[in-house]
Ligand binder design. Structure first.
Ligand code: SAM
Length: 293
């Protein structure tokens, strides 16, 4: 919610700026015009993913249909790259993004705003999670406080974090010194756990910037516009991105999977295999992600 002077906490400001009406990621805008990522930088990324797919396909005994889901597909470059490699027709290529379908996308690539309910195969999330909104909290002399921001980027110290955010901070990003900042990734954890709940069998790969809280005293939230790194201003003209805490993602996935890691939802028949998280960029998949960083 936005206050009378236009202040709100970062989480809703981030969400509005990227995904609200006329947001940065709304309609026909394409991320590729603001930065380069591995799929947009080189066809080698698609070729590397094709090798991973072939290995998973073989380990699943080449099922009649192998799902290949690109979560947060941007311009669809990864799946267009796979289509160009003439990968087997059994491989169902599905791009998931809130953006409109790009005109030039090959016909065999499906495009939808939500991931499939049930996935048997491979999920790739290349630089999706850093775009899921975070809350920003700063340690003050009076303890941790939410940071509030206006559309022009002016900030002020706000209220106490809520109980859930505080619990998350204590576990994942403890604040010890006045002026230190943390980014609460609870929405990101929930988004990842939700996606993993749909992976019935196979492998998930998240490639993103990792954060080590002890090495990020003022947090990682930043902006990108027209190929340059800029201050994070939630005015919808700028991409907003915060580095990913992979440990909390794994814990959220595990707790969503239920006790003893059993099937995670109605209709789940087999436990998903452990996800391969991009904590360190795997060799061969590591083309520098966004220019300017
Ligand atoms: C940084 S871009 C990455 C695009 C592409 N994966 C790449 O590496 O070039 C992140 C994308 O995630 C999409 N996105 C963010 N949250 C999403 C959601 N909840 N559902 C679908 N797409 C989402 C955005 O629209 C954006 O296109």
């Amino acid at each position: 919610m936005t206050g009378v002077q236009g202040f709100s906490s970062w989480r809703p400001a981030f969400a509005r700026a990227l995904y609200g009406p006329d947001g940065f990621y709304t309609g026909t805008r394409r991320p590729v015009s603001h930065y380069r990522t591995s799929p947009t930088a080189s066809p080698r990324f698609a070729a590397a993913i094709a090798r991973l797919l072939a290995a998973v396909d073989a380990s699943l005994d080449r099922p009649p249909r192998l799902d290949v889901v690109d979560m947060g597909a941007g311009g669809g470059e990864l799946l267009a790259g796979l289509a160009a490699l003439a990968v087997p027709e059994r491989w169902q290529l599905t791009a998931v993004d809130v953006l409109d379908r790009p005109d030039a996308l090959p016909e065999r690539v499906a495009w939808q705003p939500e991931p499939p309910e049930r996935i048997v195969g491979v999920v790739v999330a290349n630089e999706w999670l850093d775009n899921v909104p975070v809350e920003v909290v700063e340690q003050t002399a009076g303890g941790p406080r939410i940071i509030e921001v206006t559309r022009t980027g002016a900030e002020r110290v706000g209220p106490l974090p809520d109980v859930e955010d505080e619990r998350w901070l204590r576990r994942w990003w403890p604040l010890t010194r006045v002026g230190q900042r943390a980014e609460v990734g609870r929405d990101r954890d929930a988004a990842w756990a939700g996606l993993m709940g749909r992976l019935e069998c196979g492998v998930a790969v998240a490639v993103d910037y990792p954060v080590v809280p002890a090495s990020a005293p003022t947090g990682t939230l930043t902006g990108f516009r027209d190929g340059r790194q800029v201050p994070p201003v939630p005015d919808a003209s700028t991409d907003l991105t915060a580095a990913v805490l992979f440990g909390s993602l794994v814990a959220a996935r595990d707790s969503a999977a239920g006790p003893a890691g059993g099937p995670s939802g109605p209709g789940a028949r087999r436990r998903p295999t452990p996800a391969a998280h991009g904590r360190h960029r795997p060799a061969g998949l590591s083309a520098r992600a966004r220019d300017g960083r």
